[in-house]
Design a protein around this ligand. Structure first.
Ligand SMILES: Nc1nc2c(ncn2[C@@H]2O[C@H](COP(=O)(O)OP(=O)(O)O)[C@@H](O)[C@H]2O)c(=O)[nH]1
Ligand SMILES: [Mg+2]
Length: 412
């Protein structure tokens, strides 16, 4: 039985306009001029600010929202994006809604109040609500179209229904969050198992036919047999460690259980989070309530939250957790024009991280002036950080740390 579908005005036009856009950035060059005389630093070009288009090969952060039908995927997507995509199903038609969401970071707020810049920019995560084709409903496993979408994601957000609502049908007829997590994880696992078996069959055929690269075949067979063993033991592939070579081998091969996953328990109002012991992170939130709050004006939202004694939206925690899921870290650039958070891989060098800002900064990398966020905050200003020797000059190979404030000197 299905209740009257809830109708919302669609405003997807404006909402998604910036989904893939927003890639014009103003790069502040030379806004923190703090050099040490003994290290030669080439003079900056006179045009201190230039407009760049950001390069394509940057750290991607795209998370796909998956889950059983009617679990609240679109509701949570709307809460995340302050949007109002209709929560009614669009049967049979694959429809991907994407939105870019700021990752809340109190460090950015603090830096912004310190530098008073014209512009403050947070790091961003893209969420995709893939509607029309649902997981967990088809006997034949995940459809090719959906698989294709999911393979493009860097991580998965698994929405699990915990809310009770008689007018919202549950595909299994009853609400049982732990069973549903299990169903979904099994579906992902089976999908990978089928894919791995197919690959092993192809490798066997190749061997029989001969004429192919024997070493490549042997190497791939060994790797895929390892994958097969893990999956047969009912373990996700993210539990395995891969060598860089193996990672390269697998990079073009879509395997869903290799992707990091975050479970989101969608609670009804006043409901407590289920006591779940999962092999991956999870968060619980009241999806519908958070969506309604997100759709209010900031003033109304504040009044509402005060009235219901809601201190903070769990949504922010969910965004932070999904950001952490991607094994990335944040560094900052600061100045009068812009305070900005950037994303880089954990363990990335200063030169690689400079490339997140712009390829020219990476190609022409000379030095990075680096101060740790904690040091800058405790010392109160760049000048003080410099005076206390906390502002360091680092070279290309310096491994950037979470919270570093960087100023890149480039010869280009
Ligand atoms: N009571 C209640 N209803 C919810 C909640 N989240 C979603 N729903 C309702 O469940 C239905 C399905 O939600 P939707 O977000 O479209 O699920 P999807 O199919 O996973 O995208 C809608 O009628 C929602 O209003 C919730 O937290 N509480
Ligand atoms: Mg939906």
């Amino acid at each position: 039985m299905r209740g009257e579908p809830v109708r919302y005005n669609t405003a997807s036009g404006t909402m998604f306009a910036s989904a893939e856009g927003g890639n014009r950035t103003l790069i502040p060059v030379g806004n923190t001029i703090l050099s040490r005389a003994r290290l030669p630093i080439p003079p900056l070009r006179p045009d201190c600010e230039r407009k760049y288009t950001t390069p394509k090969n940057k750290v991607k952060m795209k998370l796909g929202i998956i889950g059983l039908p009617q679990s609240g995927k679109t509701t949570i997507f709307n809460a995340l994006t302050r949007g109002n995509t209709p929560t009614t199903a669009s049967a049979g038609r694959i429809e991907v809604h994407q939105a870019v969401v700021d990752v809340p970071d109190p460090r950015v707020d603090k830096l912004s109040s310190m530098f008073n810049p014209k512009k403050t920019v947070y790091t961003k995560v893209t969420y995709a609500d893939i509607a029309g084709l649902e997981t967990g409903s088809a006997k034949s496993g995940i459809s090719g179209q959906l698989l294709n979408q999911l393979n493009q994601m860097d991580g998965l957000i698994l929405v699990v229904r915990a809310f009770e609502n008689d007018s919202v049908m549950h595909p299994s007829g009853s609400v049982n969050p732990l069973r549903d997590v299990d169903t979904m994880l099994t579906e992902l696992l089976l999908n990978d198992l089928i894919a791995v078996e197919r690959k092993l069959e192809r490798l066997t055929e190749e061997r029989k036919k001969g004429g192919t690269d024997k070493t490549l075949n042997a190497r791939q067979t060994e790797l895929f047999e390892k994958l097969h063993k893990t999956l047969s033991d009912n373990l996700p592939l993210r539990s395995m460690e891969f060598t860089p070579d193996e990672q390269k081998e697998l990079s073009s091969f879509g395997l869903l259980t290799r992707k990091p996953i975050l479970s989101v328990f969608n609670l009804g109002e006043g409901q407590l989070a289920p006591d779940a012991k999962l092999d991956h992170p999870s968060v619980a939130l009241m999806g519908k309530l958070e969506m309604e709050i997100a759709q209010l004006s900031p003033e109304d939202a504040a009044v509402f939250m005060e009235e219901y004694d809601i201190k903070e939206l769990s949504l922010n925690r969910m965004i932070n957790l999904s950001y952490e899921l991607l094994k990335i870290q944040t560094f900052f650039t600061v100045g009068e024009d812009e305070v900005r958070a950037w994303t880089t891989h954990r363990g990335a060098t200063a030169q690689e991280s400079a490339g997140e800002i712009h390829t020219d900064l990476s190609r022409g990398f000379v030095r990075a002036e680096v101060v740790a966020y904690e040091d800058l905050i405790s010392l109160g200003s760049m000048n003080e950080a410099k005076a206390k020797g906390k502002l360091r000059l680092e070279g290309k190979e310096y491994p950037v740390k979470d919270g570093d404030i960087m100023h890149v000197r480039s010869s280009l």
